[in-house]
Design a protein around this ligand. Sequence first.
Ligand code: ARG
Length: 555
Amino acid sequence: MVDYRSKIYEAVKAVLPSVEKDDVTAADAFCDYCVPCFKLAKVMRKSPAVIAQEAASAVKLDGVGVSALNGYLNFTVDREALVKDTFESKLGEYKPLNGKTVCIDYSSVNIAKPFHIGHLMTTVIGGSLYKIYRALGATAVGINHLGDFGTQFGGLISAFRRWGSEKELEERGLDLLLELYVRYNKEAETDAALADEARSWSNKIESGDKYAVGLFDKFKAITIEQAKKVYLRLNIEFDSYLGESFYVDKVSAVEKKLKAKDLLKISDGAEIVELDGDGDGEKMPPALIRRSDGASLYIARDLAAAYYRHDTYAFDKCLYVVASHQALHFKQLFKVLELMGEPWASDMVHVSYGMVSVDGMGLSTRHGNVLFLNDVLSAAVEKAQSIIEERNPTLENKAEVAESVGVGAVVFDALYDGRLKDKNFSLADALNFDGETGPYVQYTHARCVSVLSKAGGAPKKKIDYSVLTDDAAYETVKLLNTFDEAVYSAAVKYEPSIISRRLVKICQAFNRFYNADRIMCGGAEQDARLALTARVEAALEYGLSLVLLDAPERM
Ligand code: ARG
């Protein structure tokens, strides 16, 4: 593929040195590429319109038209050349991250807590980034940093012994654990003995008491088994399930390093690292490594985990896909590593995201009003099933398609807005076949498959590129031409929504083409238009897989 963006960037930079590569954006209605000149106005003390005007006559580019309009530099490529370029490159062969390793910490569920809708964002953003990095050639390491350590598990054991039984645990699994957790929190408010009892059980887990550990391991297995059912539905995988408890005995090595650098201070009997850093412009509170009673803290285990990941995977980047309310935690974590002099501290990234609500309702585990993710998915599948029943009653594998469409609708919706935006879910919106949704993209994909199968497959002949230069076809081709760039940009911005939005754009453009240009018109035109349909079909399938969706052939 000709890298028009780099070509244009180099040529513009020669004239406007402060232009950055990200300023060169692709594919809108007026041109193939453009560079807005607004942010240059301040540095250059000229109006954007004048900057664009002057640059348009100074930029030298072979085979690319340059013009200025309202403060934009617009570039138009020879249409036929761009069509040819698109069809002569293979989809998914762009591997700019070959040889890189990226650790991605996502989903990271807590033992004995229900897998509720609040976990959807971390799970699908992380799961999608995992696919995206792999597609670009990187080695991705998916890590489920289990929340399997803490005093609450002592509480759970005492609640289990008081109000539960092995038999009930067998039958009701996570439902029972949630009920016990809620009841424990409620009764502990008035019964002080409960907290003491809980503490003694949590000590027993830590000291390796056979009964306590055995029970806890059972809770753990039940939680993971439940989570795996959800991951299967979401097309998500992990390479590691090492949780917090794995790092407890590795904290002392971190303390040793901190001491050697003279960073470990004692304050009221607790071990802390003072941070003069810049938590949102303020001084950051110190990182609490170990409490005065000897218990290690969350950040200490995360420090140990960071070293472990660095030693084990030699990562180029280590991502943490975690809600924005843990922003301070990660700032502190990265700052401690920086103070420790680790050059890789700057390769750690908190991939944050906004709050989730459902139909306007907030969520809380502690009070028991939770929406299980699996139930939300099933509700979406049920809805999808009834929509399919109405639209296509003779479809063969309805249940299978409904699963792909229903689950896909929820996932696509979660990945459609920029991740930092707060998210309110509505099943009706997510399942709108005509909206900017997963089902819309899946439906357009199925339409391509159907066109191709009616035509007896994609043509094998060499195609006449000039056929695809009319506005409707060219619009679609342009979006396909820069699809690899969109995938790359999703990776470096940790933003799967760049892909889901591009998919919707491709579908909208293709559907305009489908209505404007008759495909089965015979001759070379038919061949070229079928070739475009095949290319769209492949791009949609590939793109859907990157945002975790199936691409059913019929629906
Ligand atoms: N289990 C934690 C929670 O639910 C998230 C863990 C995120 N990962 C990490 N390395 N701290 O809040």
